[in-house]
Design a binder for this molecule. Structure first.
Ligand SMILES: Cc1cc2nc3c(=O)[nH]c(=O)nc-3n(C[C@H](O)[C@H](O)[C@H](O)COP(=O)(O)O)c2cc1C
Length: 326
């Protein structure tokens, strides 16, 4: 067994996607990869329904909490309040370009305020008993990434962070939707690799546009410490099935076994009053590219939303899939 750390491969924080149910599902495919929560804002942690926002299942470890915010005192309070939940890492979001995030002055707009980010992480580190990391872009708007990115990393590192996840493209703060900001600005992998060469003592993980394990392995071979998968892991989760090979390990399960392993978790959720769709919506992409994948999606998405839907919907979706595969 190799000793590579969990961040060698991770699943990205994705709002409305990587909730606790999604993370349990992903964990059944990879025992090793670090899983990130959706972004939770510091004010929400301080004033909101904490158990609902921060609660998760023990099986999700290793799991990182991503926070959003730009007020050092409030972020520190959020870290303090989150501590009893036992996350393995706390990450600050300096990459998300959504309007909602910008108006609160957090997310990607913070790329323009490295000193403020340094204050934020210093305050967070003072309250944290686990590593504090930063997820950022290579720059925003008309910034020159090859100049601002190393300066940003140095400033933030001086405050005590040595682990960065870099989404290898700029964010445009005006004129592009969050979705376009994940597609239109060009990817610059060489710049992220160059940051690792320039700061070998930092942990540098690359994010953005990676769709396969082979691609992740090729990037790791260039000296990066980790690769973070976002949309690929969500839309085609089978990519995670063999992910533990990055730690020299065989897959935990095949896709069919993953579905079976979800049953007790789903049953417990239903018994506690939860709805089927809350879990199965994350499983729609599981058989992508296989015969019957469309039928699986349809049966599951239509059936699981009906009031009182239970595990029989999963049986029906599986039966359709097996019939198509035969
Ligand atoms: C639906 C969705 C929600 C996202 N929410 C967050 C978020 O809460 N925090 C964050 O840092 N990035 C967020 N992102 C960006 C991803 O973490 C990631 O940086 C981006 O999708 C690029 O990686 P990919 O090409 O592998 O998807 C989100 C992306 C998507 C698709």
């Amino acid at each position: 067994m190799t000793q590579h750390p969990a961040h060698r491969l991770s699943v990205a924080p994705m709002m409305d996607w990587t909730d606790r149910h999604c993370r349990v599902f992903h964990r059944l495919m990879t025992r090793r990869a670090m899983l990130y929560t959706e972004m939770v804002t510091a004010p929400a942690v301080v004033h909101g329904p904490r158990e609902r926002l921060l609660g998760y299942s023990e099986v999700e470890h290793p799991v990182a909490l991503q926070l959003g915010g730009s007020d050092p005192a409030e972020l520190a309070a959020a870290v303090r309040l989150a501590r009893p939940f036992g996350y393995d890492e706390i990450n600050l979001n300096v990459g998300c370009p959504s309007d909602r995030v910008q108006s609160g002055c957090f997310g990607a707009v913070l790329m323009e305020r490295p000193a403020l980010v340094a204050d934020c992480v210093a305050a967070m580190i003072a309250e944290a008993d686990v590593p504090v990391t930063v997820k950022c872009r290579i720059g925003v708007d008309d910034q020159l990434p090859e100049e601002v990115l190393p300066a940003f990393l140095e400033t933030v590192a001086a405050a005590g962070v040595s682990h960065f996840v870099i989404h290898a493209r700029k964010a445009w703060l005006q004129g592009l939707s969050p979705k376009e900001n994940r597609e239109i600005p060009p990817l610059d992998y060489p710049l992220v690799v160059a940051m690792k060469r320039r700061f070998p003592e930092f942990t540098i993980c690359l994010n953005g546009g990676v769709t396969s394990l082979a691609q992740a392995e090729a990037l790791l071979a260039q000296g990066l410490d980790g690769v973070m998968l976002g949309r690929a892991a969500y839309n085609d989760p089978e990519v995670l099935i063999d992910a533990d090979r990055l730690w020299g390990e065989a897959p935990a399960r095949d896709v069919w076994q993953v579905v079976e392993a979800m049953r007790p978790y789903i049953a417990a959720h239903l018994a506690a009053g939860g709805r089927l769709h809350q879990i199965t919506r994350h499983m729609l992409g599981l058989f992508t590219g296989r015969p019957g994948a469309r039928l699986w999606r349809r049966v599951l998405s239509e059936g699981a939303s009906r009031p009182g839907a239970g595990l029989e919907v999963l049986d029906e979706a599986l039966a359709g899939l097996q019939a198509s595969a035969a």
